[in-house]
Design a protein around this ligand. Sequence first.
Ligand SMILES: Cc1cc2nc3c(=O)[nH]c(=O)nc-3n(C[C@H](O)[C@H](O)[C@H](O)COP(=O)(O)OP(=O)(O)OC[C@H]3O[C@@H](n4cnc5c(N)ncnc54)[C@H](O)[C@@H]3O)c2cc1C
Length: 258
Amino acid sequence: MAAHTPETILSVEHWNDSLFSFRTTRSSSLRFDSGHFLMVGLPNGERPLLRAYSIVSATYDPYLEFLSIKVPNGPLTSRLQHIKVGDEILVSQKAVGTLVVDDLLPGKNIYLLATGTGLAPFLSIIKQPEIYDRFEKVVLVHGVRHVSDLAYENTIRAELHEHPLVGEQVQEQLIYVPTVTQEDFHTQGRITSLIENGKLSSLSGLPKLNPDTDRVMLCGSVGMLQDLTELLESKGFKPSEQRGVAGHFVIEKAFAEQ
Ligand SMILES: Cc1cc2nc3c(=O)[nH]c(=O)nc-3n(C[C@H](O)[C@H](O)[C@H](O)COP(=O)(O)OP(=O)(O)OC[C@H]3O[C@@H](n4cnc5c(N)ncnc54)[C@H](O)[C@@H]3O)c2cc1C
């Protein structure tokens, strides 16, 4: 089997000048867990130009979806941001990653903490019925700089509530907390601040984070991962050290090691 399969772009949505999403066809042989990432890219002479992308779509969706940054002069995204319906892109056939629910100890509530495009894998996770079967409440926190960076806000607030498979669970169990750092918004501040000053607790209606009851998944910039890892460890949370060894929280290690 080839390492990378050409897939066709089905739709493209630009959220603002620095963020866009795209859907592609999905090879019938591709299997993944929610939270996994694939290598995605474009032909580039002898060696394709590929980058890691978390999968936004659910494991049962017949298409693949991704959320992408547009890095000015970024080798891949300066080209990828111009893709159009009908174009081909390359997608690896082996999904991998350490941001998986199976590596968490059993718990009562789960917190999905994301900054920027770190939202991507959680969009897949909140469309899986299993997350609602495992946890009483699923708290999705998305930290961004600008209001227009709140990609998928309407999907999470409205469309998912009508979803034929998870709609009812979403209505009862999903708590969405968007927060903005550099513009006026009803919730402002970094995720670490919201945890430390008790605002996350008052917004979610849940007690403060506690390793006895809560599990956490982290996805975002290297700085965000460091800050939140330190904060969680100071509260007694232990990370999942490796695949198959469960902990109180998990991060995407490939992201952290970039
Ligand atoms: C496990 C993993 C999963 C990833 N998932 C995604 C994803 O779902 N969506 C996505 O857009 N990117 C994701 N990335 C980053 C992605 O692989 C590329 O870095 C990104 O597409 C930019 O590619 P580029 O070639 O244009 O620029 P690069 O040369 O790769 O990056 C240039 C610089 O841009 C900044 N940058 C890169 N990616 C981001 C980002 N996502 N947010 C903010 N700043 C960034 C960094 O400072 C980086 O040094 C992921 C990376 C890893 C390791």
